[in-house]
Design a protein around this ligand. Structure first.
Ligand code: GUN
Length: 297
């Protein structure tokens, strides 16, 4: 008997093709509307993972033909200093998107900073206004990783109408917004968290599992309904037996892939989609601010 293997959902390839379409759209916006979308990123401190993200964001923004600015502050920066930069970027017409890299040092109130960003420039979709617009079905900038998850789920399953979706994790950055997006796609949505009773049993009902808990390899193959689509948002660095480190998701990949119909790998699944969706949001924000129709992306 041949061992079942789920189809691999290639987020790296999907993100590359999305970036290509974004680059083409930017070329058209420049030529026809003299509009160059611009993204400003604010980084406070020297967290190594944040530095890598910010560098990649800047690089991919430039590769797509957009303007990119980085504002780096010392780890000891005050809240007032960060708010002053956000204020300056809010008032700069060349800046269409503003992203403040999280986490921020303890002396800075992240909610206050996020809610100071103009909602129209909030390409992270974290502003309370954008969260509210999403929840009420109004047009908004939507958080990048959730959009990436839904694009990949639709790529794997087609129309999501009527699909039983289980979201594991209730963060503001992924769990809650991805649940809202799946509702818009007419899924039946269950949001699970650390107090959920019999989590494996709830997951086994799902046609679509979105794993966003931040616990390495927590979701195993016996939690997965045969044929289900599994989208793994987790990026966890663990130590191997040989004393090295490797990246794993929130899903135990090998055991889940033996049961699922389709599954995202880590790395190379949801991860690359996040920055591609950030570029997509920056184009949308620039078009809205310039009063130009946004291209389909
Ligand atoms: N830190 C980790 N992920 C993100 C993200 O999507 N946006 C921001 N601003 N910070 C992050």
């Amino acid at each position: 008997m041949s061992e079942h293997q789920a189809n691999l959902i290639d987020g790296k390839a999907y993100a590359a093709s999305l970036r290509e379409r974004i680059g083409a759209a930017v070329t058209t916006l420049k030529a026809e509307h003299n509009l160059t979308p611009g993204l400003a990123v604010v980084l406070v401190g020297e967290d190594p993972a944040s530095q890598v993200y910010v560098r990649n964001k800047g690089k991919q923004t430039l590769e797509a033909g957009m303007n990119s600015w980085e504002h780096k502050l010392d780890v000891s920066a005050t809240e007032e200093e960060v708010l002053a930069i956000v204020d300056q970027l809010n008032n700069d017409p060349a800046v269409h998107g503003i992203l403040v890299q999280l986490p921020l040092p303890d002396q800075i109130d992240a909610d206050k900073v996020i809610n100071t960003i103009s909602p129209d420039k909030d390409v992270d979709g974290f502003h309370v206004i954008n969260a509210g617009r999403l929840a009420t079905g109004q047009s908004s900038l939507v958080a990048c990783t959730p959009v990436g998850c839904v694009l990949l789920a639709k790529h794997a399953l087609g129309d999501l109408s009527g699909v039983e979706a289980v979201v594991v994790g209730r963060s503001n950055i992924v769990g809650k917004p991805v649940a809202q997006l799946l509702l818009q796609e007419n899924c039946t949505v269950t949001i699970c968290h650390s107090r959920t009773k019999d989590l494996p049993e709830v997951c086994r009902r799902a046609d679509l599992v979105i794993a966003a808990v931040g616990r390495p390899e927590m979701i195993t193959g016996d939690w997965i309904k045969p044929g289900a689509c599994v989208i793994d948002v987790g990026i966890n660095r663990i130590e191997t037996d040989e004393g090295k480190t490797r990246l794993v998701g929130d899903v135990a990949f090998a055991s889940a892939a033996a049961v699922a119909g389709s599954i995202t790998p880590v790395p190379g699944g949801v991860g690359p989609m996040t920055i591609a969706c950030l570029l997509r949001n920056t184009v949308k924000a620039a078009c809205a601010q310039a009063g130009v129709a946004s291209p389909e992306l």
